[in-house]
Design a protein around this ligand. Sequence first.
Ligand code: FE2
Length: 398
Amino acid sequence: MTLRQLDRDILVPGKPIGFDVVDASGRILLPMGTPLADEAQAKLLWTRGYRMEEERAPPTRAASFQAPPPSAWRQRPKSSGGISNAPKFFQPVERLSFQLEEIFSDLLNGVGSSLPERILELSRAIQIQLGRDADALLAAMELSSNTRYGTLHALHSAALCDLVASSQGIPSDDRRTLIAAALTRDVGFLELQDDLDRQSDSLTAEQQDLVRMHPLASAQMLREAAVTDPVWLSAVEQHHERLNGSGYPRGIAADSVQSQACLLGIADIYSAMTKPRAYRAAILGPNAIHSIFQTRGSLVDEACTQSFIRTLGVYSPGLLVRLANREIGVVVRRTENLKAPDVRVVADPEGKLLQIYPSRDVADPDFSIVEVLPRASSLRDKLNHRQLWGENHLASRR
Ligand SMILES: [Fe+2]
């Protein structure tokens, strides 16, 4: 990865930027899609901010934008949603992805009946899967490499929303509405999201407007599909609003942003940061948590941020970590101790894969987590998932 200095003319107060702005150490200063608050922030980013890029030949103007296949999201998914060559461990994510892509396709084509009911049904399926083994589902999402960005991002945000809302004592039926909002918050934006993922230039003025308006476009698409629930629609419309009024599309602040939208906003930021994009690697989970924590009380609600971090912990299931003794482990489950999840060792200090994965107490300084390995680690594809998570998370075949 390389760091490229920012063009001064993209730093305009009130306008969102189409990529994460990072500092020299790679820490996010401004998440993608967040509008600049004012001229002072623009100046600060101009002096300290960078764009993170894959190392590659500089794009020519003509080659810098590659259009995706037309209407890629409009085509119905071809997989049968579970019968694939992927390991069994990923079947629940594959099934949920398949159903969500069918819904996306019908929403974009304006066809299909009972869409609100189908989305709520999928929300219930996510809750059932979380009930079977939430850690295994989060790990499968972390380790999945076959699922499209837009689908995985929506499912991940939805799962996080349900877990955090559950920890806040919100009843299951109300959480289902929140999950539905998380799944559909970007439906007015799916095709542009694909375009932006392939684009190495700054956003055009038209694209900036589309980014800024996508919460309203998504809500409108849902209304046209017969969604009438005001909580669902408001959460979609407000998921990019921020506590201090610096969000979009309306720039409303604090009291006007409903609590569901606050939680959805945090889950959306975390999930977006921790997924890799064409123009940058994934931000490592602990860095994303740190970045969100730093904006509590200004951009995101403090109590909601605390619930989010208490629920997810610092190290999400599925992360590969290096321990103080140089062994490589996998985060298997969250625990009460936010910084000390259950970790099983999968490779020795030289990186050689083990046959049997022993547990390590990472609260013990001898085995503490000293590094999170990047998603590109080749060990990810060689794990024995059954040894790590068992098979309770797999639905029984009917
Ligand atoms: Fe969004």
